[in-house]
Design a protein around this ligand. Structure first.
Ligand SMILES: Nc1nc2c(ncn2[C@@H]2O[C@H](COP(=O)(O)OP(=O)(O)OP(=O)(O)O)[C@@H](O)[C@H]2O)c(=O)[nH]1
Ligand SMILES: [Mg+2]
Length: 218
């Protein structure tokens, strides 16, 4: 009887859990975003810890929302750490790709061939890294949210340019582009602007995609 009651209680109180992975070049703002998500959605933490250091390895946090848990993985974006990302793809339900809007030149990949220098180098790097995420078989069909971060900076490129000049062109090159849900949103992880909208988008898309990628019950 005890086990039956315990089982029923567990069934009634369990929620779906979805995993989200934060990707993007080093210094893009992934850890800052994770801290803001924790401050927005965890009762135990109200102030975001905004003093970050480059991530070596991973940070993880689970936030409890009314109808689901979101388990968020923040991994290091440094070049030498990027080959670790692929081990997360097969079990994730959404990918968030964070871009530093002040570190992609003018965000026009059509100009890449003619331009040289550090800015073009980071734009080219961002393009290649996003392409490699989209092309990975294990990430096929997973909703992708691209965040144009650091929109508070005066030298940032506006979100529409990042969307048209970089993201849309990379997505157009993807095989089977029509089956993947994607969106580009502006963000300032430092100020917490855009955090709720980003989380809302993720929640709606992981639910839409749950037949292809079922959640875990917790
Ligand atoms: N102005 C501004 N700075 C930001 C923003 N988000 C992050 N930063 C700063 O950018 C730097 C890098 O932020 P992190 O969150 O550590 O970057 P990361 O993507 O986790 O970097 P790795 O762990 O190396 O991959 C820090 O100095 C942050 O304070 C933002 O929205 N605006
Ligand atoms: Mg980090």
């Amino acid at each position: 009887m005890y086990h039956l009651v315990k089982g029923l209680y567990r069934y009634a109180t369990s929620k779906e859990e979805y995993s989200v992975i934060l990707l993007g070049l080093d210094n893009a703002g992934k850890t800052t975003l994770l801290e803001q998500i924790k401050a927005h959605f965890l009762e135990s933490q109200t102030e975001p810890r905004l003093k970050t250091v480059p991530t070596v390895g991973q940070n993880v946090a689970t936030v409890s929302l009314p109808d689901m848990y979101l388990k968020i993985w923040d991994v290091g974006g440094q070049h030498s750490l990027r080959n670790l990302w692929q081990s997360y793809y097969s079990s994730c339900h959404a990918i968030v790709f964070v871009i530093d809007s002040s570190d992609v030149g003018d965000a026009d990949i059509n100009k890449l061939r003619s331009e040289q220098g550090i800015e073009a180098g980071r734009l080219a790097e961002c393009k290649l890294v996003l392409e490699s995420v989209l092309q990975n078989e294990d990430a096929e069909g997973v909703p992708v949210l691209v965040l144009a971060n650091k929109q508070d900076r005066e030298d940032c490129v506006e979100v529409v340019k990042i969307k048209e000049g970089l993201v849309r062109k990379v997505f157009e090159g993807e095989k089977g582009v029509s089956v993947r849900d994607s969106r580009v949103l502006p963000m300032s992880a430092l100020n917490g602007v855009g955090v709720r909208e980003a989380v809302e988008w993720i929640c709606s898309r992981v639910k839409w995609n749950k037949e292809s990628r079922p959640p875990v019950m917790r």
